[in-house]
Design a protein around this ligand. Sequence first.
Ligand code: AMP
Length: 597
Amino acid sequence: MTEQQQQRDDSACAVDLSASALPESTPNAEVFTTTITSAEPESGFAGFGFSDALLRTLADKGYSEPSPIQKAAFPELMLGRDLVGQAQTGTGKTAAFALPLLERLESGQKTPQALVLAPTRELAMQVADSFKAYSAGHPHLKVLAVYGGTDFRSQISALKRGVDVVVGTPGRVMDHMRQGTLDTSGLRSLVLDEADEMLRMGFIDDVEWILDQLPEQRQVVLFSATMPPEIRRLSKRYLKDPAEVTIRTKDQEGKRIRQRSITVPMPHKLEALQRVLDACGGEGVIIFARTKAITLTVAETLEAGGHQVAVLNGDVPQNQRERTVERLRSGSVDILVATDVAARGLDVERIGLVINYDMPFDSEAYVHRIGRTGRAGRTGEAVLFVTPRERRFIRNLERATGQPIEAMEVPGNTAINQGRLDRLRKRLSEAAQAQRPEADEQALLQELMQRVATELELSPEQLAMAALNLAIGPDALLRKGDDDWIQNTRRNDRDRDRDSDRQSGDRRERRERPARAPEENMQRYRVEVGHRDRVKPGNLVGAIAGETGLQGRMIGRIQIFDNHSLVDLPKGMPEDVFSSLKSLRVMNRELQISQAS
Ligand code: AMP
């Protein structure tokens, strides 16, 4: 072990970096440098103990500086330490684990030394390609990608010839291990890449099975964009005293922003919006809408409801835009309704709530939108409106921000009334602490109060109540009346959840519910596993995605019955994929897939 490595080993193990994605990573590097060691090399990849061959390869690839996650991970992984990393794609996480793993390989071993598990065939191929590229200086090194949907035989013969690094999807790796074609007895390192995605796709049991078979002495590295409790549990159980590295991208600063989503059918969106504002609004609010026309409709509705609203869209001339932002900043309006383009770069500290009235066009737009709140060290809230059909996109947004988006219900009258009372209490406390700007006015008002109290023989409480009534105005403070439609929406929501909840559900109810026709572009298939096999939708999604290379979200509705299940898959499945699915085993039973009548 070099002296530098020893020094790094003595450093703090938990590193939490707030960093931008590649390549502009240097501004935050200082944070790490001071934490780690004063002997940190001035720049580049030298000093991590990498071979000259690798340094040349990196230079040839045009990498001049390690990214923050690489700086944090290299010293730990070069020492053979376990590591948990929370980082998204684009941070350089693949090289963060690939380079140390490659450098620690020993020559002359016939069986694989490193195994990387990835949730999808695409990622497995991508990671294997990265390993190949980084090992350009060691042409004798063999890297193999193994995943479902392709021929076993060629993988088996490659494994027989000898492989150093295997990158694969859990299902296929497990199959190879079970049939003895992948020997893990000499494995020194295992990487779980995108662990949360493997969990979501139902691979977690397979991953645990694989982990249970590995040699006692091995290094385990776990990367995940988010850290749900299941992944934390996995890490606790299988990793030994891991170093922890968290990379947050600059734009999202997700930790300070609480993100929630509300499922609202299209016709109820405006009503739901008013309710959310009523229950959660207060400080500055930005509402994002997809088109100029929608910004106007929303603004008109809110104005009619008594809100002070400004609009920012492409039709608003530049000079007026600045005035609008100023009004929001100064508090003369509380609500801004904007399109994405118009609100780009908007930096107003007092934005406490961002409402995504319409789904953003992509996850990048979402990250930008919610970045309008939680500024200058404050906390912020973001609420996303989704129609029932849009719910499937939530997962992409969670991955983009690395944070969960909690489900929220349309606020009912009780929540709204609580919000109104809270705001009134806040206004009252603030007013009680404030002085009137003009001292003689204050004196006049005191005199006026005393006069009214004497004339009407009022107690101080009665007088205070009269002042409160004056502040509230003539309309009722609390909302009463019918909020049945919310109950109905919630009920539909729950039904839908049961429908698509791929982990649990009430079997009997499912069995009795008549099946809706598959969506356009989807074909319904029958597979011969059901409740009797204890199959869960997650098992089917995981197995089918692994075998076909389909992304999990492309797999549609799944209905499980006692002896079989129905699965909606995109139309036009190629013949060879269809036949590979026929013999695919899930819960120890062949799917025997067929088109459902
Ligand atoms: P990843 O987050 O692993 O998907 O990597 C994102 C991209 O950054 C990939 O195209 C890598 O080739 C590239 N990359 C990784 N590390 C560096 C680095 N230190 N300098 C420049 N590019 C890098």
